[in-house]
Design a protein around this ligand. Structure first.
Ligand SMILES: [Zn+2]
Length: 113
């Protein structure tokens, strides 16, 4: 249950924000999950309410935005979005690529009260 431990980490982070903001409850949270982050959207959606149970985060609305993998190729010098989670340029098949987007797993925004 990889997603459950990630969800528990997230709940912990949210708790820290609540304390810092002197707020009591998280109403809504927007999370970004990249295609290469290793986090699966659906299991995470299931794990979150479980992790949030009996915390001030319980009942918060979780919105997940999925980001596709974007690679930058140093051979054809282009950025390309790819559905396949492999480190190969979809334009020229070069392996000289780096990830521009897709490793994200973060809180984009949240609403507290
Ligand atoms: Zn290329």
């Amino acid at each position: 249950m990889h997603e459950l431990s990630l969800a528990m980490d997230l709940v912990e982070q949210l708790n820290e924000v609540l304390i810092r903001e002197k707020a009591t409850k998280v109403v809504e949270i927007n999370v970004v999950i990249g295609a290469m982050s290793g986090v699966e959207k659906v299991p995470f959606e299931f794990a979150f309410p479980e992790a949030a149970m009996n915390t001030p985060i319980e009942g918060a609305v979780l919105n997940i935005e999925e980001l596709p993998l974007i690679l930058k190729c140093s051979d054809c010098n282009q950025e390309a979005e790819t559905d396949e989670l492999i480190m190969i340029c979809p334009r020229c098949n070069s392996v000289s690529v780096e990830i521009v987007q897709g490793k994200e797993f973060l809180i984009k925004s949240m609403e507290v009260r």
